[in-house]
Design a protein around this ligand. Sequence first.
Ligand code: F6P
Length: 545
Amino acid sequence: MSIPPLRQRSAWKKLEAHFNEIGQRHLREFFADDPYRGERLHVEAEGIYFDFSKNRITDETLQLLLELATESGVALRRDQMLSGEHINVSEDRAVLHAALRMPSSTRLVVDGHDVVQQVHTVLEQMTIFANQVRSGEWKGYRGKPIRNVVNVGIGGSDLGPVMAYEALRHYSQRDLTFRFVSNVDASDLVEALRDLDADETLFIISSKTFGTIETLTNARSARAWLVEQIGTDDAVARHFVAVSTNANEVSAFGIDTANMFGFWDWVGGRYSMDSAIGLSTMIALGPALFEELLAGFHAMDEHFRTAPFESNLPVLMGMIAVWNRNFLGCPSVGVMPYEQYLKRLPAYLQQLTMESNGKHVTIDGDSVDYETGPLYWGEPGTNGQHSFYQLLHQGTTIVPVDLIGFAKSLTPLAGHHDILSSNVFAQAEALAFGKTRSEVRDEGTPDHVVAHRVMEGNRPTNVLLAEVLTPRLLGSLIALYEHSVFTQGVVWAIDSFDQWGVELGKVLATKIIPELDSDHEPTLTHDSSTNALIRHYRKLKRNED
Ligand code: F6P
């Protein structure tokens, strides 16, 4: 099936004409025209109630967006992804994170291997190890049980584990301490280790490639710390395990591959929190709740695979995001969880969305002539409200916002939760409807202040509402975002699964590292700004006048 470039697709052209008709209309009108709009424009799947009625869309917009999804080949591409075709074309790889959560009773043969069986073999290995650590059966070198788990990784090898741990710490084994070290800035590691007893500490070195300089530098320093504290290299085997696809490098680093938990090149870093990269999550939660997390992912995968587009939550979410980005022209998206345990979700979603869809060429290598992935950012509510929401309400740029709320608190304290939740609804209402000049006047506002207090509204939000944050719900929520990102990437005809853009900086940094070494005077061949900065840095290092 040959799919025309985006601007030539008939649904895109129809959407352009349609936007000219309704683009300036206000949510106030949409709601006034249809008293049932709020009830109608929602879908519910896997415990997530998704209200998209406060987007600047009509029924016709929706129908055209779904037509665009169809014309863009979302269903075909989804099926290619789920069956293991190499849809990551620039790296010639399958994209099979969905296989990480398929039940053991299923089979999926890809490139000659049953990947489901491979996944469950590693899950069993993780289960045994997690149970040993949790029960105290796994002993450190001098016989003490492990009480501290330090995950060392970066990007997808850190953000998923730390987000999941924070999100689900309510369910975690509380006599275990978890730390996450990612930044090569030594402060990250030093602060993480300063109050830990090496005899009770396990390091999980998490790196898909096992070639990432930040992780390997932290891992070497962690090993030096451990050896110094315990007094022998022999301790490493009881205190270091690895999660990686690269057994050779794990072994070269000095970790016995018997203590390695594997995964595969068909798991992208930012799609890996439910692979062995989730080892720290499994140790924190226990295998049974980890299984619940996987079940939540899988349930959303199945919904994405089988639900018609009109009721397909990830497809609707993704297509509304396309509308906001390409037609309303919104350059950024905010995600605001009204659940403190989800405080690292925005950072996690930043990598998922921006590393996936921050691309300027199509799969065929042509430059795009439309916008692709927006900037993605956020903070837990209500903190954001007392900080940057001012701009959301009255700034000159429109930022669509996902507001994520729960009906029940995991830590109920009298009076708290309804105050928190009221803000989810209030913010969505205020952003949509604002306050008109006459409403402001009618409140008795002095004339010279009226303009300042007007809120134009018409700012789109999605509200995602669920009963309570559980491992299963988290799995479904993350899978929802994964597939929404996928849907957008298919429409934009980009490869959502490579990340070449991060390479140049890495290569240049590798060249600069020796140039910062005080022992040698380097010949600098960069541009004049970079040369001057390096010289000034070297001077400051020497602390000369
Ligand atoms: O530099 C970006 C990146 O490649 C991410 O895609 C990845 O999640 C991260 O680095 C870490 O990579 P690794 O797990 O191989 O250390």
